[in-house]
Structure formats: structure tokens, C-alpha cells
Design a protein around this ligand. Sequence first.
Ligand code: NAD
Ligand code: MG
Length: 410
Amino acid sequence: MAAAAQTPAKHAAPSRRQRVAILGSTGSIGVNTLEVIARHPERFEVFGLSSHQRVDELVAQCLRFAPRIAVLPDRERARQARRALAERGSRTEVLDGDKALCQLASAPEVDAVMAAIVGAAGLPACMAAAAAGKRLLLANKEALVVGGELFMRTVAEGGATLLPIDSEHSAIFQCLPEDRAAWGGRIDHIVLTASGGPFRGRAPEALRGVTPAEAVAHPNWTMGRKISVDSATMMNKALEVIEARWLFDLAPADVRVVIHPQSIVHSMVVCRDASVLAQLGTPDMRVPIAYGLSFPERIASGAPALDFMNLRGLTFEAVDERLFPGLGLAWAALAAAPGTTAVLNAANEVAVQAFLDGTIRFPDIHSVNARTVERLPPRLAAAHGLEDLLELDRRARAEAAQAVRAAAAA
Ligand code: NAD
Ligand code: MG
């Protein structure tokens, strides 16, 4: 069984500053991580940063945090960053190329890796960090959805400490004993909360005309564009169901979902004795990030505490499956051949991008996802190693691109 958090003793109060690498430092989670780290210069040192396209933001972060290494996979962008940094007298080394992210994630100097890249693109670096036994702070849920059992096995074999950053999974994790060995037999099931996103309560037919700008306008959280669209379709919750199945080693049926529009209760553990443990807080990602960085201790996150006197009630309701047909795909994919969750994830990444590009309509995201999973035979979905999974991801993207063309032409 894989290890989401081992014995607390292994991570007793650090005797020196923890060296942190942030993969995807220019994104929403990356920036929040740097904010938490900046509050604790005595505890953390930024060792490495990475970005995909945003050269100027990455350069600014390097000038402020002076990491040893910065990664820009694209060679030309890396050259621009090197030039800009040299002009300002920075000593940060800029790496580029396909291997650079894995190199950073597994560098011997690195203690903790914040995996904050969006999508399956982050999987190889997560695996490298896991194999190298790092403290792995996982925001990049797609990596676990694609990697599944292989990901968890690599964590266990590498002796890594996997700490969930997704707020729901951090909530579950915070409700459980620090020592994973004590989890066994306590959990009856878990309940992931979902806000319902910007379209909760609408008529399903009304979603045909929604624009990308409407879809990314989340009522409670400010996040990257991809996860914001996923929240609007509730594919985010589907990915989180799969993520929870692996993180907490649960039967898929023991991962349940309830709508909670206020996003105050971040998720719940229903114990064998019917006692329910919940974690509450303001919707602010700095809280789970701070917990991941400091576990098993707690440090200031910068988030405001809950103001109970001004809470206007906590409500819960069932998911409207007509409005959110994608959610059920999570359990269906978990019940199908291994690798099916990787296919579902790839389809969704392609579909969301096509929607953001204006190629397909919002409800087409669901049909592209369902059609891709249907069309890729289970034989092809049998995956064993990282290369198999990456190949499956490529095939699923090609299949999904066809589904996008079909949807756009309809
Ligand atoms: P974002 O789009 O704001 O940032 C993504 C980061 O990844 C950027 O730094 C970008 O440069 C980098 N990146 C993008 N594509 C890449 C590629 N192909 N190769 C290398 N780097 C690449 O996204 P975000 O909202 O910060 O989300 C990051 C991850 O965290 C996602 O998996 C998301 O589901 C998860 N997450 C986010 C939140 C949130 O509040 N934003 C909450 C829970 C989980
Ligand atoms: Mg979440």
C-alpha cells in the first residue's frame, strides 16, 4: 500500500531550511505557494521554479526568490530568460528541454516538490520526485488520475511522502491520524464537497450558449482556466473522485460527492461508528499549501480564519446528474480497464482547450469525453509503465481531437 504521509517522526521539525522546488510556479497554485513560503524565510528556501510560457513572470520570481535553478522547457524562452536574468546580475541557472523538469524534481538538494503544473504534462516530473523519495505536495491531480496505481507504487517504493494539496483531499487528510498506519478500518466512506460552480441551478439546455468567460468565473475560488472550466462541468470533481480513490486507497463506491455551494466544509470522513469528521475554512488555497509545507506542524498561511458570525448558513444538496453528466464517468472509468482514467483525463484536457478556443460548445465537453472513452478499446487501455501511460495519453488525445472535430461540425 502506498504512503500518503508516513510517520511524523520522519518529518520532525526541520533542523535546516527546507529546499523547495515549485513546478508550475507562475500558475495560481505556484504563486500561492510562493506567498506562503515568503512568510517563512527561516523555514523554507526556494531551490527551483518552473514555467511553461510566462518568461517575464518567471524572471520576476527568480529575481525575488533567487532560486538555484529555473526551468523553461522551450529553448527559445529559456534563452530569453537567461538574457534577462544575466542583465540583472542573477545567478539562477536556467534549464530547458524535456528532461529539465524531472531533473529539478529529483535533484539531490531538493527536500520538497510542489507539483503545480496543470494536466498530464506534469506526470513525468511527479514520478521523478516520487521515485527520488521527495516530500511531494500534489496539486497536479491529473498526474495521479493518469498515473493511478503506478504513481502510488512509485511513491511507496521511492519512500516519498505524498501530501495532498487539493483542498478536498487535504481536508480528508487533515481528518485522519498523522500516521497512515492508523487509518485502516476507520473510514466507512468519504464525502467530497463540490460548490457546483457557476452554473448550478441552471437548466441543462441553457448551457449551450455559455462562453468561456462565464465558465471560468467561479463563485468561490480564483484558479487557473483549465480547473475553472472543470469546476463548471464538474469534471474537476470526477478527477477528484479518482484522485481520492488512490490517495486514500478506497473502493470507488466509498468516495461520494455532495454539493455544498458555500465551499466552507472542504470535505468529510464518515467513520465506521457514524461519526463524521469535517475540515472547515475560508476557501483559500494557502491553507492546504501551508499544511503540505509544514506537515505535521502548522504554520501561518496568511488566510483569514472563518468568521462564524457572518456565515450565512452551510447547505448541502444532491448533484443534478442532468446538469453534470460528466461526474458519473469517474466511477465508470475506475470500474473499466486500468488506463481508462488516463483516457478520460486526456479527452477532457483536449475538450476543455477546444471549448476555451471557441471550437466547441460547453456541453460538447461531455460528449467528447464520453465518446473518447467509448472509442478507445480497453485492450489499448491496458497500461503498465510510465511510457505505456504516456503513449495511451497521446492516443487518447488523437481520438479526442477527432471527437472535437465531429462536435464542431455537428
Ligand atoms: P494554472 O494554469 O494557473 O498554472 C499552471 C502552471 O503550470 C503554470 O505555471 C504553467 O506555466 C505550468 N504549465 C502549464 N502547462 C505546462 C506544460 N505543458 N509543461 C510544463 N508546465 C506547464 O493552474 P493552477 O490553477 O495553478 O492549477 C495547477 C494544478 O493544481 C492543476 O492540476 C489543478 O487542477 C490543481 N489545483 C488547482 C487549484 C487552484 O485553486 N488553482 C486547486 C486545487 C487543485
Ligand atoms: Mg479541489
